[in-house]
Design a protein around this ligand. Structure first.
Ligand SMILES: *Cc1c(COP(=O)(O)O)cnc(C)c1O
Length: 363
């Protein structure tokens, strides 16, 4: 983040000065301008900014018509926010296992949907910056007449079969949390949709359900996007996104060719995914020993995610949570996955030393 600041400082300060001089700090023209720019870049007609990715997913579910008590099939391996949004929107989270890439297994999801006609909502996550296979998702959507909300928080700009993530959804959501591929300088998020009506509903929901100056048609939230974050995103980060994605891809290519070790595997990229590498996960047989070795080499690692969502204590009190099967693959990821450092300000020399540290691990 400090390295990023050295790069973006002038652009951010100019954005702050403009917003300060405008006298308009929440929603307004800056937010509209950023929303239009992001929608255009994404290739979806409407974008509605909000306060976080979590809120974005909740709003997307609500504008897509989720009714209280409806079951939503999702992945056990994600940020907790994915499931939290389902619960907050009144849905009942159900979980099926992941595939060998760590993303919701669509073969398994298909079998669950066949066996459980009461499950008609799907919330896939484009985890690690990989795109879930959108052609398959589209086929599932048609076959079962599903409602789909894609969690694109880690996958802005990722494509599957050349289509952008989010394009199979009634509405999709993303996050501008600072570490995300398009991060703000604080919290933020957005909902994207093809439907003008859904976009108006999202704009009402994020602002107390407001439909007129003093009229509240629905029970909404306060999830407005600040003009400052929108202006900073527009001036400093959106123009750098191409470069950021390119850097992440280059670093990932480097790791994929340099990290060779019998005890470390790199999960496969999903078929037809043009990934944006929000994270670079590897699976290590003895994760603790591997992480200790990297720490001794001066390499910081994280784990995404060590605890499956259905095992989180917060869900113990939630009605109607279901788990289909014993989630063996997701558990394998939770026990063995390690994220190597990857971000646009990591230089090639550093990345080469990290890869070297991996290959010199004596397990
Ligand atoms: C970050 C993230 C979220 C939540 O976004 P916030 O802006 O932090 O609320 C949701 N889903 C996934 C997959 C994420 O990575």
């Amino acid at each position: 983040m400090r390295r990023q600041w050295c790069d973006v400082r002038e652009d951010v300060l100019a954005a702050v000065a403009r917003v300060g001089a405008s006298g308009w700090l929440v929603l307004g023209e800056e937010v509209l301008r950023f929303e239009r720019a992001l929608a255009e870049r994404w290739g979806l007609p409407h974008c509605v900014g909000c306060a976080s990715g979590l809120d974005g997913i909740e709003i997307a579910l609500r504008i897509a018509g989720l009714r209280p008590g409806e079951a939503v099939l999702t992945t056990p391996l994600s940020a907790f926010a994915t499931t939290l949004a389902i619960v907050r929107a009144g849905g009942r989270p159900c979980f099926a296992d992941v595939d060998e890439s760590g993303l919701l297994d669509l073969d398994l999801a298909e079998r669950v949907l066949e066996a459980h006609p009461e499950v008609r909502w799907l919330l896939p996550v484009h985890l690690y910056g990989h795109a879930v296979d959108l052609d398959r998702l589209e086929r599932l959507r048609r076959r079962f007449e599903l409602h789909i909300v894609e969690d694109c928080a880690q996958a802005i700009d990722a494509r599957s079969h050349r289509r952008p993530v989010g394009s199979v959804s009634d509405a999709c959501a993303t996050s501008f949390y600072p570490t995300k591929n398009l991060g703000a300088m604080g919290d933020g998020g957005a909902v994207l949709t093809r439907s003008r009506d859904a976009a108006s509903a999202a704009a009402a929901l994020r602002d107390y359900g407001r439909t007129g100056r003093d009229e509240h048609a629905v029970v909404g939230l306060n999830s407005r996007l600040d003009a400052l974050q929108a202006a900073i995103l527009f001036d400093a980060f959106l123009p750098r996104l191409d470069h950021y994605v390119e850097r992440r891809r280059k670093l990932a290519d480097g790791y994929r060719s340099a990290v060779r070790h019998p005890e470390i595997t790199i999960p496969p990229t999903p078929p037809a995914s043009d990934s944006v590498w929000h994270l670079f996960p590897v699976l290590a047989n003895d994760r603790d020993a591997f992480r200790d070795h990297l720490t001794r080499c001066g390499v910081a690692t994280l784990v995404h995610y060590p605890q499956l969502i259905p095992d989180q204590p917060a869900l113990a009190d939630v009605d109607g949570v279901r788990v289909f099967g014993s989630l063996p693959r997701a558990r394998y990821f939770a026990d063995h996955v390690v994220s190597l450092p990857i971000h646009p300000y990591l230089d090639d020399g550093c990345a080469a030393r990290i890869a070297e540290a991996c290959t010199t691990w004596r397990s």
